[in-house]
Design a protein around this ligand. Structure first.
Ligand code: CA
Length: 223
């Protein structure tokens, strides 16, 4: 899961980024509106945290701009304490939710999870395929009734693939969901993590299409 954090306040930005990374998200941090807009036009993100008062381009303008261009990435706006107008403007401009400064990091994490759940079309918080069940809210993984201990990056791969069973994700698409800007990607990292997942969840759980990418079969496709 990859999140674009758009925030010009250095302290807030650093604490949010640190907390989200600890939760296993890949986080990119844009400090002004124009950079955010160009990143959203060219790269894939699963969610945007958007401060409204920004240099370069106002957060509301960024939001209106991406919605006009049919970019449907879920957006949580970050508004100042008493700015009820801002919250309304944000929701009217196409935001999915909002948090009010100063916000609690646990509350932010819960809003991110519920927004991601809604956007992936899963009313049920848990996803189960081929005897493996994951809970995106808690990141618990259960295989055949028993908990499996996945690292944050292994979990990111499993979640990305389980959200779209049958769809092939390329190595680059998986890397995009796992790493933020400037994070070093070790060569063969994806293969190493996939190997770890297969060891823990079964060798057939993630399948490979040579030269194309990886997928988890739809339950009805199992041979
Ligand atoms: Ca600001």
């Amino acid at each position: 899961m990859r999140i674009l954090l758009v925030e010009d306040d250095r302290m807030i930005g650093e604490s949010v980024r640190t907390s989200l990374r600890q939760d296993g998200y890949a986080v990119d941090w844009a400090r002004d509106g124009r950079l955010a807009e160009s990143a959203l036009s060219t790269e894939h993100f699963d969610l945007v945290l958007l401060d409204l008062g920004l240099p370069g381009k106002d957060g509301i303008e960024v939001l209106r701009g991406i919605r006009q261009r049919k970019i449907g990435t879920p957006v949580i706006v970050i508004t100042a304490r008493d700015e009820i107008d801002d919250r309304i403007r944000g929701l009217d401009a196409g935001a999915d939710d909002y948090v009010v400064k100063p916000f609690d990091l646990d509350e932010l994490a819960a809003r991110i999870r519920s927004t991601l759940r809604r956007s992936s079309g899963n009313a049920e918080p848990e996803i189960e395929i081929l005897g493996v069940r994951i809970n995106p809210a808690t990141r618990e993984v259960i295989r055949d009734g028993r908990p499996a201990a996945l690292s944050a990056k292994e979990y990111a791969i499993v979640e990305a693939l389980m959200q779209r069973p049958g769809a092939i994700l390329s190595r680059a698409q998986l890397e995009e969901r796992m790493y933020g800007w400037g994070e070093e990607i070790e060569s063969n990292a994806i293969e190493v993590y996939i190997h770890g997942v297969r060891r823990k969840l079964g060798t057939d759980f993630i399948q490979n299409v040579r030269g194309v990418g990886y997928f988890i079969p739809r339950p009805d496709e199992k041979q």
